[in-house]
Design a protein around this ligand. Structure first.
Ligand code: KG4
Ligand code: ZN
Length: 358
């Protein structure tokens, strides 16, 4: 089956066409991403109104390119999957409305997708990830450990009690004057730095459970930066490297706890923008090696926001019959908040024969 995926929940305008073969494997036919960094650069962060406007300007062209590059016609496409939340609601609305129009015009199945489910299943496009697996989802807005037992079957084992990992990378980049996009800038600055120069905190080390905390680390980086009179390029590199090391160590330490809660799995999947970070992946690789687990990490372009993961989540839902009736899908409203799995709902949101309700 062929699915068109549309993603507009933050500052990337993205569209992709993927094929799900009968054996369940994935072929990504196109993956177009228009990153809006330049539109927001002057403001030191993503401005929701500018993001929504940019999506309006770029989305049609991005979809057109994705379909053309895939070498298919709309008549051959079976469904259009689109991020319906969580995210900046103006942007989500642009994508969702566009997808509804395409579904109506070309008589396609419309599949509203939870952005986090896109990340959760993204590794299955390129890696042999089999259920159940442990997911470490580390993005700009989320830091979660999730037991993924099947499509639509998610159980949250841990989450951040303050900042998200990506948010902390972004704030550290800002503090060090590295600009945007924060994560990649910190990673390249850290290349020439000494990770052992600044001793940063090890959050929640003595606490049970799998939750994360990044706000103390952020404050410690700020204090370390302020303690330097005139920070040199080397100071900035050392701070970036020390922070990156401390963040990776914290992620690995909490993940180790979650691994003990999953005796029926030997696979750790890492997804979300921060999963593109080599130091983080290296630390997780060492953790997995120590416990004879396998680390599965999609290529960086499928870790950061992209349309392919949304198309793929739609394809996985379609294959399992987990899609809403047309009327229900067409009535879906954009959602600013939409937990993938909360302990309170038993982690079953979106499961069953019907798709998520608005
Ligand atoms: O998944 P994503 O593209 O968007 C969200 O859904 O949030 O994640 C974006 C986050 C940003 O905070 C960005 O700084 C971070 O992922 N990120 C990285 C790297 N690439 C992106 N963080 C650390 N190292 C990277 N190489
Ligand atoms: Zn994301």
């Amino acid at each position: 089956m062929l699915v068109l995926g549309i993603e507009t929940s933050c500052d990337d305008t993205a569209a992709s066409v993927v094929r799900r073969r009968a054996d369940g494997s994935c072929q990504i036919l196109s993956n177009e991403v228009w990153a809006q960094h330049d539109d927001h650069a002057a403001y030191g962060g993503v401005v929701p109104e500018i993001a929504a406007r940019s999506h309006v300007e770029r989305l049609d062209g991005t979809i057109e390119k994705a379909v053309a590059k895939a070498g298919v016609s709309f008549a051959e496409i079976d469904a259009v999957a689109v991020t319906a939340g969580p995210g900046l609601v103006g942007g989500v609305m642009v994508g969702l409305t566009t997808a509804k129009a395409i579904a109506l015009a070309h008589d396609l199945t419309l599949i509203p997708v939870n952005h986090l489910e896109g990340h959760a299943l993204s590794a299955r496009m390129t890696e042999a990830a089999t259920f159940p697996y442990l997911l470490l989802l580390i993005s700009g807005g989320h830091t979660q450990l999730i037991k993924v037992s099947g499509v639509g079957e998610y159980e949250r084992l841990g989450t951040t009690i303050d900042d998200a990992a990506g948010e902390c990378f972004d704030k550290t980049a800002k503090l060090l004057g590295l600009g945007a996009p924060g994560g990649p800038r910190v990673e390249s600055a850290a290349c020439g730095g000494r990770a052992d120069r600044f001793e940063l905190p090890r959050p929640l080390l003595k606490h049970d459970g799998c939750d994360f905390s990044f706000s103390g680390m952020k404050t410690a980086v700020r204090e370390a930066a302020q303690s330097l009179e005139k920070p040199t390029g080397q100071d900035v590199a050392d701070l970036a490297a020390s922070f990156q090391y401390a963040a990776a160590r914290h992620l690995a330490q909490r993940t180790e706890k979650a691994m003990t809660l999953m005796p029926d799995s030997r696979q750790l999947v890492v997804a979300g923008g921060v999963a593109a970070n080599c130091a983080v992946k290296k630390m997780l690789q060492q953790l997995c090696a120590a416990f004879s687990w396998e680390l599965l990490a999609p290529p960086p372009k499928y870790c950061t926001d992209n349309g392919a993961m949304i198309a793929w989540a739609g394809a996985e839902r379609l294959a399992e019959g987990l899609v809403a009736e047309r009327e229900e899908a067409m009535a879906m409203a954009p959602r600013a908040r939409w937990p993938l799995a909360a302990p309170t709902d038993g982690g079953k949101l979106g499961s069953g024969r019907k798709g998520p309700k608005a």
